[in-house]
Ligand binder design. Sequence first.
Ligand code: HCB
Length: 212
Amino acid sequence: MASYSELQQCVISGDKTRVKELTQAFLDNGKLPKEILDEGLIPGMAVVGKKFEACEFFIPEMLLSARALNAGLDLLKPLLEASDVKPIAKVLIGTVQGDIHDIGKNLVSAMLRGGGFEVIDAGVGVSPDQFVELAKETGVDIVGLSALLTTTMTAMKDTVQAFESDGSRNKIKIMIGGAPVTTKYAEEIGADGYARNASAAVEMAKKLIGAR
Ligand code: HCB
């Protein structure tokens, strides 16, 4: 049986085929999707980030790793999303303007669906006005914002502001997440909550609905 460190290594080296094989092998051996994520795929990607920071990796390597991680996620997503419960609330989620990182957002979407939420995925590079329009059109209860860059975090503040200006801020709860974001930042920009990972996002979404 392969080890999680081997799976991490395959994400780091961007070996898409092997990541797929190993993820399937772990599933066949009865491992839980969440364990495969938390012990294998995500720690592998964390190393990629550190290597990029240390200038040992560049964009092409990051892209290969992202593609490899997605190959594993494709197998896990349907399992994370499986839920027969009637939707408890509707969530609109998207990566903010100027930002194209979507792995974390996709994971949060899958876990929210698995947690009984209906999720509308707005995609990446979503402008504040687009968030407001989509939230109105779809009548969501929660809006989830994702940002991975310190330069795009500010779009979260603009998005909260856009809901304020539109007069619809009191109708929805706003949750934020992504590597550079913190609880303190959520408070600063007037968001209702911060989640550090996908499981925490499900807990936070439940809390926000209960708090309404
Ligand atoms: Co990108 N990148 N990147 N990148 N990237 C980061 C984010 C850096 C931290 C790498 C580094 O320097 N250490 C860095 C940002 C530095 C900073 O701003 N402080 C960085 C940079 C600089 C850039 C470019 C600017 C590089 C360049 O062009 N010079 C460029 C930006 C392009 C743009 O967006 N305009 C860029 C591009 C890329 C790609 C395309 C090569 C690729 C993205 C592929 C894709 O997403 N489809 C990429 C990747 C893969 C990364 C790293 C390596 C991994 C990100 C990731 O997927 N993590 C990342 C390093 C890192 O984060 N450690 C690096 C795994 C997921 C599961 O974690 O944190 O995204 P997550 O999500 C969690 C959590 O935050 C939370 O739950 C998720 C699940 O557990 N969460 C939410 C996320 N969103 C939420 C929303 C909610 O409402 C609630 C919870």
